[in-house]
Ligand binder design. Structure first.
Ligand SMILES: Nc1ncnc2c1ncn2[C@@H]1O[C@H](COP(=O)(O)OP(=O)(O)O)[C@@H](O)[C@H]1O
Ligand SMILES: [Mg+2]
Length: 348
């Protein structure tokens, strides 16, 4: 049995479904990410796990124990809210000590534990500061320490990086991962950012409209998306409707792609931009098409080319190396090749 298990969990607000049919088993010490667009039910599921909401259907287990209806304080679950929800009238020290004081722990223990976690998140010396005197990153650290100080069995982080600027976000991302590893704490990290999900997670659950679409390691989800939504949400992809027969996928406007054996079925073809190669002269071989360069976007280390083939638009990404530099202008003709192994068929 997993460290944290949800079975058939559903929550409605005034009859509107926020999440339903949620079955998840999260392992001890796992860094598990909920990934999905805004409004897909991520926060609702966190609140159900933390005990701030009760599901209409289904059960939640922490280890062997069912906690579906247990009060939040008794669950051993720590949560960092998206807006941090710090107490503005308390100091940094008082904010972090709050949970331990609620538990009526002896003063000496409170002082030493708070001191330990303040040091761990890099806040030593900030004890007497007010919350309004802190930067966004520092507030984030207070929220983290406050949720960890009671040594919960599960840590829930609701989009903890979304309020930080890009540079700080990268820094905190590494710090959160390293803290999680050091403590070995089972963690659920919520985000709508695919890069955060791919870089941090042991496993990811992808959500859409209150449903869990797929669970897997970053590599599994990226290489074998269950459907078009997952393929598009985790990394860029070229997605086309297709009619598949006799090992060929027929796209609109007469493009026919030879598919890798064994023969599969599917309604959509997905091709990752980095699997498409471009050339100025016809390299021959299957799945090569003449097209026109529409646009080039230089992103430093890599380049994106937008290519039109018989009215369909393909996006191709390549490293910006001497070898790959094409030296073409919009309107120029070129040849686009798609290796069979780069084609994924999806049902929906
Ligand atoms: N307290 C609430 N009352 C009514 N509707 C809510 C409440 N909380 C969330 N919802 C609705 O439930 C859906 C899921 O919301 P939420 O879990 O916050 O999504 P996410 O965190 O993925 O952005 C949304 O449609 C949202 O409007
Ligand atoms: Mg949310």
């Amino acid at each position: 049995m997993g460290a944290l298990v949800l079975t058939g969990v559903e929550k409605k607000f005034d009859g509107a479904v926020a999440c339903s049919g949620i079955d998840l088993a999260i392992d001890e010490g796992e860094f598990f990410t909920f990934l999905g667009p805004s409004g897909c039910g991520k926060t609702t599921i966190l609140r159900l796990i933390a005990g701030f909401l009760t599901p209409g259907k289904g059960s939640i287990y922490l280890g062997e124990r069912e906690i579906t209806h247990l009060e939040a304080e008794k669950r051993g679950v720590g949560m960092v809210f998206q807006n941090y929800a710090l107490f503005p009238f308390l100091t940094v020290y008082e904010n972090i000590a709050y949970g331990l004081k609620l538990q009526k722990r002896p003063g000496r223990e409170v002082r030493s534990t708070v001191g330990r976690y303040m040091e761990m998140v890099g806040l030593s010396g900030f004890e007497k500061r007010g919350i309004s005197e802190l930067s966004g990153g520092e507030q984030q650290r207070v929220a983290l320490a406050r949720s960890l100080v009671t040594e919960p069995r599960v840590l829930l982080l609701d989009e903890p990086l979304s309020n930080l600027d890009a540079r700080l976000r990268d820094k905190m991302r590494l710090e959160i991962k390293s803290l999680q590893k050091t403590l070995g704490i089972t963690t659920i990290f919520v985000t709508h950012d695919q890069t955060e999900a791919l870089t941090l997670s042991d496993r990811i659950a992808v959500f859409d409209k209150g449903r869990c679409e797929q669970v897997g390691t970053p590599q599994e989800l990226y290489s074998h998306p269950a459907n078009a939504f997952v393929a598009g949400f985790l990394g860029d992809t070229n997605l086309f409707e297709a009619a598949v027969e006799h090992g060929m996928a027929h796209l609109s406007s007469g493009i026919a792609l030879r598919l890798p054996p064994p023969c599969k079925r599917g309604r959509f073809v997905s091709v990752r931009p980095q699997d498409i190669s471009l050339a100025m002269t016809d390299p021959g071989g299957p799945n090569t098409f003449k097209g026109t360069l529409e646009e080039t976007q230089m992103n430093g280390a890599w380049v994106e080319h937008v290519v039109a083939v018989k009215g369909l638009i393909f996006r191709a990404i390549s490293l910006n190396t001497m070898e790959h530099r094409l030296g073409l202008n919009p309107g120029d003709d070129l040849f686009l090749s798609i290796p069979e192994r780069g084609i994924t068929l999806l049902d929906r």
